[in-house]
Design a protein around this ligand. Structure first.
Ligand SMILES: Nc1ncnc2c1ncn2[C@@H]1O[C@H](COP(=O)(O)OP(=O)(O)OP(=O)(O)O)[C@@H](O)[C@H]1O
Length: 321
């Protein structure tokens, strides 16, 4: 297997300063928020790579950078070897853009209510002058709906059915990669499993690669081949799924997994990870996790741990073994 996506030293900084006049009056400095900081990882073709982490850890920002919705401040995203931010050959860029699509969390906000489902699904292809004869009907059947649904409007469908329509739309241009940003978190639990199973089946059938963004570890355990754990914009641990679930090495991953409901059907009381998430505008020195870390030592507040390899895990912690 080879890497279809290579993310190298990716950084994204947002200027969250107050307006200029307020800053002058209140004597405030510029406020820069580093949402993603020096993140590097690769995704193998035809695999599922999940990004997990608490709210605000930078998961969605990475997803948006990968599909080209947000430009990086620094670093590179190479898809099939092409860096979309710097590539000058427009044909190459267009070809790679068609190979990558995104599914969002909210299937209600993602569909234009004034368009019939046929137009919604066909749009990525028709906008480029492509042939859409029978396309929406074929895709609707592929995602478990009926060809007749093409004539209906989005409001005539339930949440799970709408997400199926979003999946059909994402498939219209024949992509190789789909970035899935919390694709089932807005759905009823009973419907979540059906949509996840559909996504798994489609991946196998069509040889797709997923970058799967979720804060739900149960969903991640079901879907992912490899998992990257983000904390305050940095990748702190990466490992194959079973390795990460069996033996998480970073204290943050351990804390996150301790808080997750169990998959054995005997769910237990869920305790959220302890401590406050620090301010991303003024992150802690050294390891950003050290103020919440139960095993932190002096060095952790002074020196930022580099990512290092231990077996098939990569971990950024001075103390992990
Ligand atoms: N356009 C933006 N302008 C300013 N700050 C932003 C912008 N987009 C994201 N951020 C900030 O960047 C950080 C990372 O946000 P991001 O949405 O990537 O995190 P996340 O892990 O996906 O969280 P969630 O699960 O809540 O969506 C947060 O502090 C967020 O407030």
């Amino acid at each position: 297997m080879s890497a279809i996506i290579r993310i190298e030293h990716l950084t994204r900084v947002f200027d969250v300063s107050k307006p200029w006049l307020n800053r002058v009056i209140e004597r405030l400095p510029k406020a820069l928020l580093t949402a993603v900081s020096d993140v590097s990882f690769e995704i193998e073709e035809n695999s599922v790579y999940a990004l997990v982490g608490e709210s605000g850890s930078g998961k969605s920002t990475i997803g948006k950078i990968v599909v080209g919705l947000v430009p990086p401040s620094d670093g590179h995203v190479k898809i099939e070897g092409v860096d979309l931010a710097t590539e000058t050959d427009r044909d190459k860029v267009e070809a790679v853009r068609a190979d990558i699509q995104m599914i969002f969390q909210d299937p209600y906000a993602s569909l234009n209510p004034r368009w019939r489902v046929r137009e919604v699904i066909n749009e990525p292809v028709s906008a480029k002058g492509g042939d859409v004869t029978g396309l929406a009907e074929k895709l609707l059947e592929q995602v478990g709906l009926s060809a007749k649904d093409a004539a209906k409007y989005p409001h005539e469908f339930s949440g799970g059915q709408r997400q199926r329509i979003c999946i059909a739309r994402a498939l219209a241009s024949g992509p190789k990669i789909i970035v899935c940003d919390e694709p089932t978190s807005a759905l009823d639990v009973s419907v979540q499993a059906q949509v996840l199973n559909l996504m798994s089946d489609l991946r196998k059938e069509l040889g797709l690669t997923y970058l799967f963004i979720s804060h739900d570890l149960t969903v991640v355990q079901h879907m992912a081949d490899k998992i990257g754990v983000l904390y305050l914009g940095r990748l702190v641990e990466e490992a194959p799924r079973d390795r990460l679930f069996d033996a998480p090495k970073h204290p943050y991953t351990q804390m996150l997994f301790a808080a997750a409901p169990r998959m054995d059907g005997f769910g237990r009381e869920v305790e959220p990870p302890k401590g406050e998430i620090p301010d991303a505008i003024n992150p802690p020195t050294g390891c950003a996790f050290h103020p919440r870390c139960p095993i932190a030592v002096d060095r952790c507040s002074k020196e930022r741990p580099e990512m290092r390899k231990i077996g098939d895990t990569r971990v950024a912690c001075h103390l992990a073994e």
